[in-house]
Ligand binder design. Sequence first.
Ligand SMILES: Nc1ncnc2c1ncn2[C@@H]1O[C@H](COP(=O)(O)OP(=O)(O)OP(=O)(O)O)[C@@H](O)[C@H]1O
Length: 618
Amino acid sequence: MPSIDVSDYLLAGTTPKDKKEKKKKLKSETLDDAADSPTTEKKSKKESKHKKRKASDDEDRSETSSEMGEPVNVKPPKSEEKSKKKSKKAKVEEPEEEKPKEDPNAVLKFRISAPLRAKLKENGIESLFPIQAMTFDTILDGLDLVGRARTGQGKTLAFVLPVLESLTNGPAKAFRKTGYGRPPTVIVLLPTRELAKQVFADFEAYGGAVGLAACCVYGGSPYGAQESKLRRGVDVVIGTPGRIKDHIERGNIDLSTLKVRILDEADEMLRMGFVDDVELILGKVKDVSKVQTLLFSATLPSWVKGISSRFLKPDKKTVDLVGNEKMKASTNVRHIVLPCSSSARSQLIPDIIRCYSSGGRTIIFTETKEAASGLAEALPGARALHGDIQQGQREVTLAGFRSGKFLTLVATNVAARGLDINDVQLIIQCEPPRDVEDYIHRSGRTGRAGNSGVAVMLYDPRRSNFSKIERESGVKFEHISAPQPLDIAKAVGQDAAEMITKISDSVIPAFKSVAEELLNTSGLSAVDLLAKALAKAAGYTEIKKRSLLSSMENHVTVLLEAGKPIYSPSFAFGVLRRFLPEEKVESVKGMALTADGNGAVFDVAAEDLDLFLAGKCS
Ligand SMILES: Nc1ncnc2c1ncn2[C@@H]1O[C@H](COP(=O)(O)OP(=O)(O)OP(=O)(O)O)[C@@H](O)[C@H]1O
């Protein structure tokens, strides 16, 4: 970082340092900064892209908490107990070393019937994730349960599988109505429409395999189709609280024979102000002792724990795979923070995507709907998703993102919870969110089901503060400076060079004469001309500098060294006014004091740098 030593101004009688020396300093520090930038990571990320880490790696370090009820006794599933007894015999017959390693969570070890097993196999699932394995028996046996595991650890199937088993072979079977017009036996409440649709898809796929019907109801879509499906009769209703309440009030949903109720992302639902709707829906059940209630989330703030005791029975079980562990966010995600002023966001984000998305999908979170729309317009190929967009369009957008029609989604918190989208490699949060829960859920849209991912949070060094998020989430953020366009260009230049070597020789005759003409007339060497051609092929027509402080293009971060305390930014501005014209002082951006209080950092336009470095000598 270039620096201006103004101690001479503050300590009378000292001589100004040599101007050239500062320029040298500027050069070397710019290079050092560039070395910090993450271009090399592109490769290593690509290499590790498909490497899966076992979810159990994380869960091994987890604990079962008794904060919210009696902790579940982590015993092997019932069928496994039997198989253990059997395996004693097998031990005698087989030498130890030849025995294949047993997977304690293999699907076969649980009371999962053949059609569901086949469906799981079809979806590539041979083994249950820890939260699924640890809650399966409790749920299938009909007990109330609070389940918590980090994002992307399979909480949905943790309730879908045992509940379906309970309806077809377990305790809920006896109470389940059958035939046309049957009322639902299971109700699932979720905070967002997108999430309701996603959970419905699981109930439909797995429930369909065992002959059960599910229906999804949410706001923003017509009542008609939902009503006729409900009237025909369903076993499971999945939806958002507002629309479910409406259907109850219209007489379309009868909860008199309800056996299981599930609150997914319970804290968000209650935080969003659905608490009255949720209470009304849950209150429709006359004899709560006969109903099983399940509550799941990756985050369970203490106030939710309080409310949960109103909905769940006193003998509820709790399986908490996060517990008192410091790290509450996904451990499969690389958590990064990067300084960036709001005006530099749209310039910087494409480079962050180039560096960290490994060619996969990116979700960008903004705090407001307007910011989401604005950013989606500014970023090529991006689409917006937020609550002011019509439901039909929301569905089209999400389907397009899921299917890979476009790779960048700019969203508000509507996409923060639960959404499970394949190959989301990168999450960008435009500023630190207000609540730690938001950070955990947003960053958890990547690094799912054992895959790895990157979450970058931008912050304005003058305005935003992420220490609360860091403290409460337990995340130790990696601090990086903005990727420099020069480094990114070098990396993509390699790709362009590789691309060119693969081009067929058949193109040469067509372009040779114009190439020769260019070489003879341009005044540039063959290497320089080729470099320009490569730049164009890689999409570059110029390369700008980016400041470290606010990530602004064509700006440079400067350090003002006073040699004694600078008490406030206005003091620093006062120092600058002593040797710079007013309009240049006004153009300074992001003035902030250094940690030791003896200096200040700020951004200046690259073209003014010499003026700033020279100004004090004039
Ligand atoms: N046993 C399993 N084996 C392999 N993949 C699984 C298994 N269980 C779930 N998955 C996959 O893991 C992904 C994440 O699951 P899910 O969406 O249920 O996570 P979650 O814990 O609810 O996350 P969030 O807290 O973000 O809502 C899904 O793609 C799901 O299909």
